[in-house]
Write a protein that binds this ligand. Sequence first.
Ligand SMILES: NC(=O)c1ccc[n+]([C@@H]2O[C@H](COP(=O)([O-])OP(=O)(O)OC[C@H]3O[C@@H](n4cnc5c(N)ncnc54)[C@H](OP(=O)(O)O)[C@@H]3O)[C@@H](O)[C@H]2O)c1
Length: 339
Amino acid sequence: MSTSANYDSAQVTASPRSTPIDVAVRAAPPKTAVIGAGGFLGRQLLAAYRAYYPDTLGTLRDPSGGEPRLDLAAVDIAPLRLAEAGYEAAIIAAGLTNVAACQRNSQFAVSRNVTGTLRLASQLAALGIKTVFLSSDYVFDGIHGGYDDDAVPRPLNVYGACKAQVERRLPDVCGDNYLIVRLSKVFGLIAGDGTLLDEMAALLSQGKVVRAAADQVFCPTYVHDVVRAIHFLQAAGATGTYNVCAPEAWRRADLAAAVAAAIGAPPTLVETISLSDLGEGFARPRHTDMQCRKLAAICSPHAPIEFRSIRACIELVVAYYTRRSKSDGKNGTRAERAA
Ligand SMILES: NC(=O)c1ccc[n+]([C@@H]2O[C@H](COP(=O)([O-])OP(=O)(O)OC[C@H]3O[C@@H](n4cnc5c(N)ncnc54)[C@H](OP(=O)(O)O)[C@@H]3O)[C@@H](O)[C@H]2O)c1
């Protein structure tokens, strides 16, 4: 893809909180298969596990080549021969993630996101393989925000309800051999990846309007930090439920305003709305910011898990789009990429 430059290669130096911990100095995670290796998180997870175990297996729902297949609609892990290959864990990054689509076709969503997912966990448990499940801050009702790891889920929509149901059932299915990693909004730093900041910067740099809700608060988290935290939890032998997100709670509208200011776009390009203005016909939780008390508690005070600051990430994304529009203006070309 033409827009595949990684902002990250420019290295973030803008924030004292931007120094990532060095995974290499921590213990390696156990050998872990990635179920759903074609998605946004699955791709990053697979690449990161392969740094430890080059032959790490990643499954796809609908492989085009010789990749291993796993469809949550008809789960059968026997052909993967995970136990024989020495896998101790499998991370489930597969699932229907479009919240509106889950709402439109709840039966279909439940069959994959609950039934298929629990069937997979059950088959893994039978082999003594630990399930690592990626859950979401959408398990919460979003009324108060600041949710602790042990806060009681009260989902408002089908997507959140599926996550909450898997969270609730996993202990029955797996005993204590499971890890639930509850995530907030995760973004990447690949130019053109269309994730949170990139999407905003791309629109604003073209003079287009960004509609952003002032009543939607979450903890945007850089994907590499998520991967690092998961590896850390696995290496530490963590079981149970852990919130994993950056410590900064942001309103979506403030995030858009910060991107606009950094890019030099007129503030009027940020149209501040309310979630209800989306007219989706279902509810989204408003304040899903979470506390990562348990994650902090198992880290050494001398080596906390560091999360990249959002301002530093905005600077990287904006620097790319600013350079690109200068180059467009000069050469009439969009060829310039992040270094
Ligand atoms: N990204 C976030 O901000 C975020 C936040 C909280 C939680 N999470 C959770 O983290 C996990 C990964 O998220 P993501 O952002 O990487 O999502 P994603 O990019 O949408 O990836 C989901 C993957 O699941 C696969 N999939 C869909 N239906 C499947 C099925 N029936 N059988 C097997 N695979 C299937 C998709 O494959 P196809 O494309 O072939 O359908 C896709 O590769 C999800 O469980 C999500 O709910 C993500």
